[in-house]
Design a protein around this ligand. Structure first.
Ligand code: GLU
Length: 329
């Protein structure tokens, strides 16, 4: 047996994003152009850690990923684990990373880690963070302590759980946080050090259909109800509202949500970026007591974008009646 054959098998796929971007001429904007092979060429030491199975599944900015594309990526990742890989790493754009990580986490049935990473600086920029993030992702992916934690986001030497992680800065290197709980671990001298124990995980079955749509609207000052009326008219099957404060809307929006809620699942989350929604504090029209009496679900800790992912997946298998159990306070 050669030395390489002793190494664990690690599967890495590129989906695009800044980590794969460079400018094709000086002064031009960067676009996805480095496939997985070219990204790995920037990090030759990775081949000393593992036998690599690599794939370029797409090369797109992460705002252009679709649920159908993610299901194809998931099928590839599952096949890699079934073929003997110890873990899977996905590199992608950071813009939608908080959503894709949660999507994969809800559907990932293995103890083997699924690690997502990206970069804030393209391969054309000095101090590009792509190779360092990829190395950290591999170190986390191969660590025994990472097993049983579902999909993890590894970036800027931190390890985040996919349920909490959010991109909270547009261009800063330290662009990711897990508000409320903090990162679950960090990289210390190349080792994954966890600060929190793994949480019990529940996994959803694969969706049986993909054509359904869930709307996400933000409550804002003096907004009329025209867009809410359009939600039902355009055939959306679920609605998430990024509400004010602890999960509040105007009294006019509350009336409209009350009309919608008997016909489709409606979730109200907080648009603040951290904290939970209230359940029993405020008694005014448009607050949580009023909304719940109309059949609206309060999101708890889950941010509006992740609520939309959850609802889409639940609707895809007809499990929307279990929604409450997925919305922790
Ligand atoms: N800053 C983003 C990134 O890290 C832009 C592009 C994208 O999300 O694909 O990749």
């Amino acid at each position: 047996m050669t030395e390489v054959e002793h190494l664990p098998r690690l599967s890495i796929a590129s989906l695009g994003g800044t980590v794969s971007m460079q400018a094709d001429a000086p002064g031009r904007g960067v676009t996805p152009s480095l496939d997985c092979e070219k990204q790995l060429a920037l990090l030759p030491q990775l081949r000393e850690l593992a036998q690599l199975e690599i794939a370029t599944l797409c090369l797109v900015p992460s705002a252009s990923l679709s649920f159908v594309m993610l299901l194809e990526v998931l099928a590839w990742a599952r096949a890699e684990i079934e073929a003997g890989s110890q873990a899977v790493i996905l590199t992608q754009g950071t813009d939608s990373l908080e959503e894709t990580a949660y999507f994969f986490d809800l559907l990932w049935p293995y103890d083997a880690p699924l690690v997502l990473t990206g970069a804030m600086r393209s391969a054309s920029q000095p101090g590009s963070d792509g190779p360092a993030n990829l190395l950290a992702a591999a170190q986390v992916a191969l660590a025994q302590e990472s097993r049983g934690r579902g999909a993890l986001v590894v970036i800027n030497d931190q390890i985040h759980c996919s349920t909490r992680v959010r991109k909270t800065a547009s261009l800063a290197m330290a662009a990711f946080e897990s508000p409320g709980s903090g990162a679950i671990g960090e990289l210390v001298e190349g080792m994954a050090v966890y600060r929190q124990m793994p949480c019990p995980r529940a996994v959803l079955p694969l969706p049986e259909r993909v054509e359904h749509r869930v709307a996400l609207l933000e409550a804002c000052l003096d907004a009329d109800t025209a867009l809410l009326q359009a939600v039902a008219a355009f055939g959306f099957e679920g609605l998430v509202i990024a509400g004010f404060g602890a999960g509040h809307v105007s009294s006019a929006w509350s009336d409209m949500l009350g009309e919608l809620a008997p016909n489709l699942p409606v979730i109200v989350a907080t648009r603040t970026g951290s904290g939970t929604t209230a359940r029993s504090t405020y008694g005014f029209a448009g607050a949580e007591i009023d909304l719940q009496s109309k059949g609206v679900h309060m999101a708890g800790q889950l941010c509006p974008r992740k609520c939309r992912i959850l609802l889409w997946l639940l609707l895809g298998t007809g499990q929307q009646s279990s929604l409450c159990s997925w919305l922790p306070h």
